[in-house]
Design a protein around this ligand. Structure first.
Ligand code: SAH
Length: 232
């Protein structure tokens, strides 16, 4: 079963962008996942191809019209489509490694990119859109957020990454941030690699890495650290 991603956007030309590069780009070429970007404006019904209008009740900016977005969603994703319908939104549930992993086990996703002030609430309600946020800041549109979600998800698809171990060791996978990494040369600007890393004692190295992970998490992310301790 192939992971199928559909993106509804006013800027389909931005895709695949970074999703076409490196391991996930190769995975797409090899048929492990597919990406289809749909131009929302194609579903406008007036001759000006109008997709937005002024906010009801007043206020700045423009709001994407619900009827046009609903037509695009229904065309790309009929009612029996098993894929979740996601709306990129700063009000959404925060994107996490766990959520990306959950999505990667499913049939794909239909992703709606907002623009302007956002989209009419009624289409969110009527099409059961799940709002997903990539962080507590505001972007101009949902496209970069959609790429972030798809990049985090598709790299976890079976067969995309070389080694499962590199995946399981990563930040967030065990509730901690990753330990420091080193490679050649043995000495860089007078600083050498910690001897425990090059010493060849795998048990000791494992302990050191776990210790470093804990220390980094405690220092930088008290939120993750408290969660880790409470689950330990
Ligand atoms: N007025 C809205 C922000 C609109 S930004 C508000 O205050 O909530 C325009 C579009 O960019 C949004 O509809 C959404 O699709 C996208 N976007 C902006 N910030 C985002 C974020 N942090 N996560 C996901 N999508 C975001």
């Amino acid at each position: 079963m192939m992971f199928r991603a559909d993106v509804i956007t006013l800027f389909p030309e931005l895709f695949p962008g970074p999703l076409g590069a490196s391991i996930i780009g190769r995975a797409m070429n090899n048929g492990l996942w597919s990406l289809n970007a749909t131009q929302l404006r194609d579903y406008a019904h007036d001759k000006y191809k109008k997709v937005d209008d002024t906010p009801a009740g007043g206020g700045p900016g423009l709001v994407l019209k619900p009827d046009i977005l609903a037509r695009a969603i229904d065309d790309v994703s009929p009612p029996d489509d098993p894929r979740p319908r996601l709306l990129m939104s700063p009000r959404g549930k925060p994107l996490t490694q766990n959520y990306a992993r959950e999505l990667s086990k499913g049939p794909g996703a239909v992703i709606i990119c907002g623009r302007f002030e956002g989209i009419d609430q009624r289409v969110i309600d009527q099409r059961n859109l799940i709002e997903i946020s990539v962080g507590d800041y505001v972007l101009c549109g949902g496209e970069v957020a959609a790429m972030t979600l798809l990049e985090a998800t598709t790299r976890l698809l079976p067969g995309v990454m070389g080694s499962n171990q590199s995946e399981m060791d990563e930040s967030f996978e065990n509730g901690l941030l990753e330990y420091p990494q080193y490679t050649r040369p043995a000495e860089f600007e007078g600083q050498s690699i910690p001897s425990v890393v090059t010493g060849g004692d795998h048990k000791k190295l494992g302990e050191w890495r776990q210790e470093q992970s804990k220390k980094l998490t405690q220092d930088r992310r008290p939120d993750l650290w408290n969660k880790f301790k409470s689950e330990d």
